[in-house]
Structures are given as structure tokens and as C-alpha cells.
Ligand binder design. Sequence first.
Ligand SMILES: [Zn+2]
Length: 58
Amino acid sequence: MSERAAPFHCPYCGDEDLRPSEAGHGSWECHSCRRAFQLKFLGLLSTTNGGTAHESRD
Ligand SMILES: [Zn+2]
């Protein structure tokens, strides 16, 4: 699997003019709204419990 996660649209303005930032790995710059942001992989969602983190049991 590739470690690169390339966004297709800017999450702030929706433009496609995204370029890799020199700020670090996973950093991107939107040249349309001049915003810099970072993508981070948090982990995989659970497929067994639907992803409910706060499950209450009686
Ligand atoms: Zn943007």
C-alpha cells in the first residue's frame, strides 16, 4: 500500500489546486485559498460494532 494520501479537493474552499507542502510529510498547500493543512491517518474503523466508541452496557 502507498503511504501517500493525496487529497483531490481542498477541504476549506473545495478547489483542486493542491500541491505538496515542504512543511512535512502529508502536508499540502491550497494555492487557491492560500491555506496549508496536513493529512493524518488515524487508523482503521472497526467493522464489528459499527464504530461506536461509547457503547453502554447494562
Ligand atoms: Zn483551498
